[in-house]
Write a protein that binds this ligand. Structure first.
Ligand SMILES: Nc1ncnc2c1ncn2[C@@H]1O[C@H](COP(=O)(O)OP(=O)(O)OP(=O)(O)O)[C@@H](O)[C@H]1O
Length: 261
């Protein structure tokens, strides 16, 4: 795998006349923790769906976990990828038990819950629910949980197959301040865990970057504005270009914040 979990070269995605991604070069190495930051419509979800092997680019080459997309069988890759997004959540039935939401990703993030699971699978699902602070909901229907509770269950689900790459698309979207801070703290703990998979987290807000994240990719209009170690990428210039507004950026040693300058 050359130490590369993900490698994109010259990646472009076009739908009709619309360019969703343009000439994206991006490499994620083992152990790295990346945030993808950009405004609405920048192409963040499109980029993540390519990494999740759900979408093939119109141009360029993509390697995920050493496999070139378009060559091998992506179904063998899927159990090695954890993916939490609102689209994945939308595929889950509201009346599915929380424990089953997690266990159903044992063999890949598109599991339906109709597969057979073993006692060790359920033990792992319960351990993950415990680690994300939502074990008390294991018997509840997924649809009865609050947004914040659901987000944590979805991350537990994405970790169920013990993936080598974990993709989180806006895990803090729609959370209140307390729930967001709780989630950022838990994601920070995950980021600092050396046994955790490579992480890619998509967000609109620099305040949501958990401590321990190492790299950033800034995206605007389908193009990379900057990519690399966070301290090099998260400058006022880069973020102002990314969001199309003059911004002041601060880092307190752990967390980032930005406001109009
Ligand atoms: N099938 C399609 N045809 C045309 N345009 C599309 C298609 N799918 C997505 N787009 C457009 O591509 C752009 C990128 O979408 P994408 O969902 O990747 O952005 P995003 O950065 O994740 O945005 P958000 O932060 O709002 O979720 C958007 O402007 C979207 O409207």
């Amino acid at each position: 795998m050359n130490g590369h979990v993900l490698h994109m070269s010259g990646v472009g995605v076009r739908r009709g006349q619309t360019v969703l991604l343009d000439a994206v070069d991006w490499t994620v190495a083992e152990g790295e923790r990346w945030v993808v930051v950009g405004p609405n419509g920048a192409g963040k979800t499109t980029l993540l769906r390519i990494a999740a092997t759900q979408l093939h680019p119109t141009r360029g080459t993509v390697e995920v976990l050493g496999e070139r997309l378009g060559r091998g069988d992506v179904f063998e890759l899927r159990p090695m990828i954890g993916f939490a997004s609102s689209a994945v959540a939308a595929q889950l039935e509201d009346d599915m038990r929380v424990r089953d939401v997690v266990v159903s990703a044992a063999y890949g993030y598109l599991g339906t819950g109709k597969e057979e699971y073993s006692a060790p699978d359920y033990a792992r699902a319960r351990a993950l629910l415990g680690r994300w602070g939502v074990l008390r909901f294991e018997d509840r229907a997924f649809g009865t949980l609050s947004e914040g509770e659901r987000k944590r269950v979805l991350i537990a689900r994405a970790l169920m197959s013990n993936p080598e790459l974990l993709l989180l698309d806006e895990p803090a979207a729609g959370l209140d301040l307390g729930a967001r801070e709780d989630l950022v703290r838990r994601l920070g703990t995950l980021a600092k865990d050396e046994s955790a998979p490579a992480l890619v987290l998509v967000t609109h807000h620099v305040e949501e970057i958990p401590p321990g994240f190492t790299h950033g990719l800034l995206l605007r209009g389908g193009k990379v504005v900057a990519a690399g170690p966070l301290e090099q990428v998260m400058t006022a210039d880069h973020l102002s270009t990314t969001f199309g507004i003059g911004l002041k950026v601060e880092f307190d040693g752990e967390r980032w914040s930005a406001r109009a300058s």
